[in-house]
Design a binder for this molecule. Sequence first.
Ligand code: CO
Ligand code: CO
Length: 319
Amino acid sequence: MCGLPFPVDENVLIGIGTADDAGVYKISDELALIQTVDFFTPIVDDPFDFGLIAAANALSDVYAMGGVPKTAMNLVAFPLAKLGGAVLREVLLGGIEKLKESGTVLIGGHSIEDDEFKYGLSVTGFVHPKKILANQGLKVGDCLILTKPLGTGIINTAIKGGLASQSTIDMAVKIMATLNKYAAQVMTQFPITACTDITGFGLLGHLAEMISGTEIGIRIDSSLVQILPETVEFASMGLVPSGSHRNRKFRENMVELKSNISPVMRDILFDPQTSGGLLMGCPENQAENLVKRLIDNGVEESAIIGQVDENLKGIIRVE
Ligand code: CO
Ligand code: CO
């Protein structure tokens, strides 16, 4: 996208130039708009579950910026003759359920006929202009906290191959359909320095964005990273989405894996996630308390997974 003659406006606080989760536009000294859009092809067979996941995923970027979602619009591309209206209705019902849970109203949308089904939403939220959380801003010594387990890309690959058990599918759906709302509600009460949500670039890819172009580095303790059941088994069988390899090729010059890190663990740390958790930086002296509060508020898989290290300039070291 570089080199395109984008329009400029002084009220753009976060625009297309940074790799942030959403754009932010200042309306007044007290109010800024957050805007984001996300859509994709079905990742699970159940249409209602797909609706839940697509909406949770679309809402997530507003939470990652420290905001509160307010309005949303449906985006639908649908092969009506092939799938039938009842399927679409189930998907939209799933989306509506998550919008209600998040306190967001649906105010419109657009649908077209398409050979391949795609669904998602554009979401608009509010944030105080001084309380925006961007993906850069980490400080030396900050602890890194992740709020959901990894593995959804690998499990979705196993689902497509017909190899995932129903209990694993149910667990992955539950994690992907979980709103980052509850994590964000706790997070915004702490002096968070930077935040993003883990999606297509995987944990290591999003960490790389957080330090790209800066003088700081990150140490990750892989034993502290929560992983969904059966993810290690599936990854060992080679059920790794191509996105994981793409993510690795893109960022391997910034990542240093200690010799104890297996290729399977590496693939999991680069696994593209759907509707993944929030990844936040917090001063060390508040990090334990933040994790405790997250867990007390139902964000049970939250964990400190690493720390910002000034000696690792621009490098992520995985131990
Ligand atoms: Co995001
Ligand atoms: Co996004």
